[in-house]
Ligand binder design. Structure first.
Ligand code: UFG
Length: 341
């Protein structure tokens, strides 16, 4: 298939492009490079053995999005392009709604105009809000605790309504748990700008010597060791989940309508367990200090991944040690990310 991938130069996008190319699909990437690097795509081309075309377009630019779709004539779209920092979304809500919700509206309008109605959407376990009943199934109650979370919640609703209005639409709402790890080649990985918000990139930068110590946000949660428990999923497993979802919703026999699937492992790991696994993988010590809880953090979050297994034939296969080993290969080989390596 001819596939347009928005946000395809970013962390999850670049890994997904690798897997799509490996399946024989043709890929065009739409990305404004605001939190991504053209170098990532160049390396994706290296891994895949063929170059990937980049359209430097901002999803909030309606005319440019339409022109891109008219040029690329995709048969399906995988939509990653969005802002994703929780704290920043509290400071700049309008920008988050404009980019994440408005950007998706631009994309849907352009897709409809060119007759492409097959869409895989990058959603998040954040749509389960402050749910406490674990594991989370696709039928768990939805909500949000910050503007970023509301943008994912609202975009899912927009896409459900669009799919309900016209039976030609097929939409996969993929709810990611905590993506970590890197391609086993060590050539592409997560390269956050500024201070990492997320646990594993922060640990990796401590291990490689860019930062002194990890701050553990709370060790008084109701969990076995007191630190927060999350469902970490290897980014290559996640990328394979996109390929499986696309296969499910595309072609003449593809499932129509909008459907949500959790992409997680079903296993939770605590902050201390992740630190220990990273120390084993890297052979480096990761000094930590404990600080108060971060606003909005829940004690525990992990998926029930049964629906994706049963309906997509997909399961996450890579464990925490492999996630840390692959992250370390990427981080140690590219200490400054894509910048100077
Ligand atoms: N943590 C630390 N120190 C850090 C960073 C994180 O102790 O420097 C802890 C957090 O308190 C949490 C765990 O590590 O217990 C994971 O935190 P992340 O920030 O890596 O991930 P979250 O689960 O908080 O957030 C992720 C996504 C968000 C999404 C959210 C809910 O990054 O986009 O899941 O789905 F909104």
């Amino acid at each position: 298939m001819q596939i347009l991938v928005t946000g395809g130069a970013g962390y999850i996008g670049s890994h997904t492009v690798v897997e799509l190319l490996a399946q024989g699909h043709e890929v065009v990437v739409l990305d404004d490079l605001s939190n991504a690097s053209a170098e990532a795509l160049r390396r994706v081309g290296e891994i895949a053995g063929r170059e990937v075309e980049l359209l430097e377009v901002d999803v909030t630019d309606e005319a440019a999005v339409l022109a891109a779709l008219e040029g690329a004539r995709p048969e399906a779209v995988v939509h990653f392009a969005a802002l994703k920092a929780v704290g920043e979304s509290v400071e700049q809500p309008e920008r988050y709604y404009r980019t994440n919700v408005g950007g998706t509206l631009n994309l849907v309008r352009a897709m409809d105009a060119v007759g492409c109605r097959t869409l895989v959407f990058s959603s998040s376990a954040t749509v389960y809000g402050a749910a406490t009943q674990m594991p989370l199934t696709e039928d768990s109650p939805l909500g949000a605790t910050n503007p970023y979370g509301w943008t994912k919640f609202m975009t899912e609703q927009v896409l459900r309504d669009v799919a309900a209005s016209d039976e030609r639409w097929s939409v996969a709402l993929l709810r990611y748990f905590n993506p970590v790890g890197a391609h086993p080649s060590g050539r592409i990985g997560e390269d956050p700008r500024g201070v990492p918000n997320n646990l594993v990139p922060f640990i990796a930068q401590v291990a490689v010597g860019r930062r002194e110590q990890l701050t553990v946000f709370g060790d008084d949660f109701d969990t076995p060791d007191g630190t927060g428990v999350r469902d970490y999923i290897h980014v290559v497993d996640l990328a394979e989940g996109h390929v499986a979802a696309l296969a499910k919703i595309s072609g003449p026999d593809g499932v129509r309508g909008a459907h949500a699937w959790n992409l997680g492992t079903g296993t939770g790991s605590s902050v201390r367990q992740v630190v220990a696994a990273f120390e084993r993988a890297s052979g480096r010590e990761v000094p930590v200090r404990v600080a108060p809880r971060r606003a909005g953090d829940v004690a525990t979050s992990y998926a029930d991944p049964a629906r994706a297994r049963d309906e997509l034939g997909w399961t996450a296969r890579r464990g925490l040690d492999e996630m840390c080993e692959d992250t370390w290969r990427w981080q140690s080989g590219n200490p400054q990310g894509y910048a100077t390596s």
